[in-house]
Design a binder for this molecule. Structure first.
Ligand SMILES: [Zn+2]
Ligand SMILES: [Zn+2]
Length: 271
């Protein structure tokens, strides 16, 4: 696994590149726009220049507001252009993947939600730059969110029907909260074998390496500092050392500063 952190972009997107350089990290995840606002952010010339000459791998995380499965038409009407704008910014910055929370069906039913998300994601990808793609992030299954089971992730990929431009961002905290045990070597092996059977291990293009405050199967999305949660350090290290994931970014998203996250991921990857 390649160690990385979710890096702050306070002061500009290029700030994240400075941080990664200072911390000696080869990859990072950023928000290319304010994650709590619909209105997209225009890129600055300086940012575009710095990104075009960078030596680190960057993935982006889409706005938390996007819900392609919403039963509220207004939300869908805002979500589609927000995702399109994200893919456009990525193209300009030379970022290939964005992480997307699949969405919440809000009572319409899980199958219905998955169908809506996939059909819209497929259409959006068709009309977006070909060097960009979407990684569906597995969820903890809080509320009516979909994408908590491996079966649902497989459905999302299959129905979107854009194999080269879709993949999975595997969040360890969310998988654990959703009921997939990761708290021992054996459990990690079993969970990843199951993922391989249902989805395919090669569909994982990024990891979020977070420990979990919530118990396995609790459906609570509560990130813990690595080693201080209910998954534990050794199983996460084992996962990070699997040869299948040698070239895959492992991003720490634990609370705190960029430096805290850097210390956190270093405990797990290349320790
Ligand atoms: Zn996320
Ligand atoms: Zn989370």
């Amino acid at each position: 696994m390649i160690p990385g952190i979710h890096a702050s972009v306070m002061g500009g997107l290029d700030k994240a590149l400075d941080t990664l350089n200072e911390l000696g990290l080869p990859c990072g995840q950023i928000f290319t726009s304010n994650q709590q606002q619909w209105k997209g952010r225009a890129l600055k010339e300086r940012e575009v220049e710095r990104y075009s000459s960078r030596s680190v791998t960057i993935i982006s995380h889409t706005s938390y507001l996007i819900n392609l499965a919403s039963t509220d038409r207004r939300v869908v009407k805002l979500s589609v252009p927000a995702l399109e704008a994200e893919l456009e910014r990525m193209h300009i910055l030379g970022i290939n993947w964005c992480v997307l929370h699949p969405g919440a069906h809000l009572g319409a039913g899980e199958d219905e939600g998955i169908k809506k998300i996939s059909s819209m994601a497929g259409k959006i990808l068709l009309s977006s730059p070909a060097d960009t793609g979407i990684l569906f992030e597995n969820t903890a299954g809080q509320g009516t969110t979909v994408g908590y089971s491996f079966r649902q992730l497989a459905q999302l990929l299959e129905l979107t029907d854009m194999a080269d431009r879709t993949g999975i961002c595997f969040d360890t905290c969310h998988a654990f909260a959703a009921g997939y045990d990761l708290s021992s070597f054996r459990a990690v092996r079993k969970t990843m074998d199951k993922f391989n059977d249902v989805v395919g291990i090669d569909r994982i293009k990024a990891f979020h390496i977070n420990d979990s405050k919530g118990e396995c199967g609790s459906h609570r999305d509560r990130h813990a500092v690595t080693g201080e949660g209910l998954i534990g350090l050794e199983p996460l290290r084992f996962l990070a050392s699997m040869p299948e994931f040698k070239e895959i970014p492992g991003i720490s998203e634990t609370p705190g500063t960029d430096r805290d996250r850097s210390l956190d991921i270093e405990k797990v990857v290349n320790h």
